[in-house]
Design a protein around this ligand. Structure first.
Ligand code: AMP
Length: 219
């Protein structure tokens, strides 16, 4: 049996950072739709170029291409034991598509940790965020600074500010989250899969809470 965990939460609540730690601790693969789009853009694929035009405005990439990309990723052998999904699904239609897709792999979403915080207070968090060029490790100039400014602690690569972490885009990403993604909270709550975690706690506390809920389902 494979284990599929969907991390839910507003932009900037720390899903990416937490998903990386969870993946290390559980052995499940971290599948981030945003990272996959950025990787595609880095490689100048048609999908990457299309996605970038939406990402730069803080809009969602259309469901059909997003779903196809995730399906392809989850079908790869390293996802045999399951995955931690970060940034997908982001709309009810994507959630339905995920359910159908996982049925094809004889699985389903097992758990949905929802890292909650008021999206409006997250603007400061996102706008201070720096990402490592080589592997996407994430820092924050105030809350989680690297040891050496501008350099990743883990792999030494250069840190940059994502185009979509700039203030105008962030404001729109939050609006899109409220309108299109937040209905998933009730969707997964109705399926008894949602576990709410206070995202305003220190990073390590959020990690601890996440590990304790995921250990119950990750085999
Ligand atoms: P993230 O790294 O998860 O914050 O995603 C960055 C951007 O990629 C988003 O603002 C969207 O433009 C796009 N994106 C990521 N995941 C999805 C998704 N599941 N559906 C549509 N667009 C997405």
């Amino acid at each position: 049996m494979s284990t599929y965990i969907v991390l839910l939460g507003p932009p900037g609540v720390g899903k990416g950072t937490q998903a990386k730690t969870l993946a290390e601790q559980t052995g499940l693969v971290h599948v981030s739709s945003g990272d996959l789009f950025r990787e595609n853009f880095k490689n100048q694929t048609e999908l990457g170029k299309l996605a970038k035009s939406y990402m730069d405005k803080g809009e969602l990439v259309p469901d059909d291409v997003t779903v196809a990309m995730i399906k392809d990723r989850l079908a790869r052998p390293d996802c045999k034991a399951g995955a931690i999904l970060d940034g997908f699904p982001r709309t009810p239609a994507q959630a339905e598509a995920l359910h159908k897709m996982l049925a094809g792999f004889k699985g389903d979403v097992d758990l949905v940790p929802f890292i909650n915080a008021d999206p409006k207070v997250l603007i400061e968090r996102i706008c201070g965020r720096w990402t490592c060029k080589a592997n996407g490790h994430i820092y924050h100039e105030k809350f989680n600074p690297p040891k050496v400014a501008g350099k990743c602690d883990i792999d030494g690569s250069e840190l940059y500010q994502r185009e979509d972490d700039k203030v105008e885009t962030v404001t729109n990403r939050i609006k899109v989250y409220i309108e299109q993604t937040s209905p998933l909270i009730d969707y997964y709550r109705a399926q008894n899969k949602l576990v709410e975690i206070d995202g305003t706690q220190p990073i390590e506390k959020v990690t601890g809470a996440l590990l304790s809920v995921t250990r119950k389902v990750a085999r």
